[in-house]
Every structure is written in C-alpha cells, then in structure tokens.
Design a protein around this ligand. Structure first.
Ligand SMILES: [Zn+2]
Length: 146
C-alpha cells in the first residue's frame, strides 16, 4: 500500500452544555484507513460501539458504513451526555460541534450522507443539537476516505 492509497480524515467533536458551563469534552477520531483485514475489524468494532451504524444506508457511497471519522467520535456522545447534569428544560441540553479535516489536502468536510443519517438518528435518541463547522460546498461531491 502506498501513501496515496489512504486518504485519512480526522474528526473533532466538542460537546458542551449550559447546564455545566465549566465543563466541556473534546475528542478526535479518524477514518478507518487500514489494510483490508484490519479495516474489517475496525468497522466491526465501531458497529459494536455505536449500534446506530448497523441501520444506516450505504447511500451509493464508495466507503463502508462506519468508515468515516465521525463513526469513531459519535460513538462517545451518549456517554458524554451522561457526564452533564440533567435539567428540566430543553435549553440546557448538550450541544455538539463537529468538524472533519482531510489530513492529505487540509480541506474541511461536512457530514456525508451516511453521517447525516447518523446525526438524524442520534438526534432522535439524545437531547442534543449537532452542528458541523464545515463551510457549505457546492458543485461537487464530498470526497471521503476509502
Ligand atoms: Zn461520513
């Protein structure tokens, strides 16, 4: 495998809540760039840690469900949510901010169709707003790692 074979992306996820203004959580995850045997293991581990991945559609994308860097970071959102105190108002719910960067060409990427579906399903489970900091791109398909 050559360096060009892998197109690794990194995702930064930051979670905070007005219910606990002195506490925030930040973590990073990477796309599943690895040799095929190892990659299958990584994807299976991700599906075990984030069961919502099993229900996602492929969306005609060239990468497997769970390959994206978001699959690694979003698996921690439910446990992070439990770190914040529960309140009676929706206004104090957790806010998650995410940004994905391609390590090869240093470009930012918004969520692909799989990750958008994952965000939708996470929103049904968690009282949490999820925002992408990636600027909107028009006129071309998002390139995600294989
Ligand atoms: Zn994705």
């Amino acid at each position: 495998m050559t360096q060009a074979t892998y197109h690794t992306k990194i995702n930064l996820l930051v979670c905070l809540s007005s219910a606990s203004p002195n506490k925030s959580f930040a973590l990073v995850g990477f796309s599943a760039s690895a040799h095929p045997g190892i990659k299958e293991y990584v994807l299976e581990q991700r599906k075990q840690h984030l069961r919502l991945l099993e229900g996602l559609d492929v969306h005609d994308l060239r990468w497997a469900v769970g390959n994206c860097a978001e699959a690694e970071t979003f698996a921690h959102m439910e446990s992070i949510r439990r770190q914040f105190p529960r309140t009676l108002t929706d206004l104090d719910n957790m806010v998650a901010i995410t940004l994905t960067l391609d390590l090869k060409d240093q470009t930012t990427h918004g969520p692909c169709e799989q990750c958008s579906q994952l965000i939708y399903k996470l929103r049904l489970q968690l009282p949490c707003a999820i925002f992408s900091l990636a600027p909107l791109k028009t006129g071309h398909m998002e390139e995600y790692s294989l």
